[in-house]
Write a protein of this length. Structure first.
Length: 145
């Protein structure tokens, strides 16, 4: 249970940092979660539609539209037509959003990377496996399975 409690403490601290970032930049906490989803998808080379984003954030269509409107106004995200299927809309994170995140979260990310350097590859693999299993457990429990 000590590991679970420590994970909870890290989660709470990261949530507080995210809320601080959102408040400082006039964003809703869901806006930050959306940006993270979009950046993760971009890093994985995956295209994201409004429907896919809404599903990932567990938002209905109206909520997703309001979210995207909020992110478009300050120039953080834009909607773009899929060049292969003009009926489909894709979401693109603008460089302004990346720079905003980097300026706020960069020191934290640097500190986390530095902390990881104190572990050998086998230890890091165990941490990765545990965090992946914890994420899966949270997702499964959150969906009522």
């Amino acid at each position: 249970m000590r590991l679970v409690h420590l994970l909870r403490a890290v989660t709470v601290e990261l949530h507080l940092r995210g809320a601080e970032f959102a408040a400082h930049n006039g964003l809703h906490p869901t806006d930050l979660r959306a940006l993270i989803q979009l950046l993760d998808a971009e890093r994985a080379g995956e295209a994201v539609t409004p429907g896919r984003l809404g599903e990932a954030l567990r938002l209905n269509s109206a909520g997703t539209t309001a979210l995207l409107d909020r992110l478009e106004r300050p120039g953080l995200v834009r909607r773009s037509r899929d060049p292969h299927d003009r009926r489909r809309v894709l979401l693109v994170v603008e460089p302004k959003a990346v720079e905003l995140g980097r300026s706020f979260f960069g020191p934290l990310i640097g500190a986390l990377v530095d902390a990881a350097e104190g572990f050998n590859p086998a230890e890091l693999d165990a941490v990765r496996r545990y965090l992946a299993a914890a994420l899966e457990a949270a997702d499964t429990a959150g969906r009522g399975a």
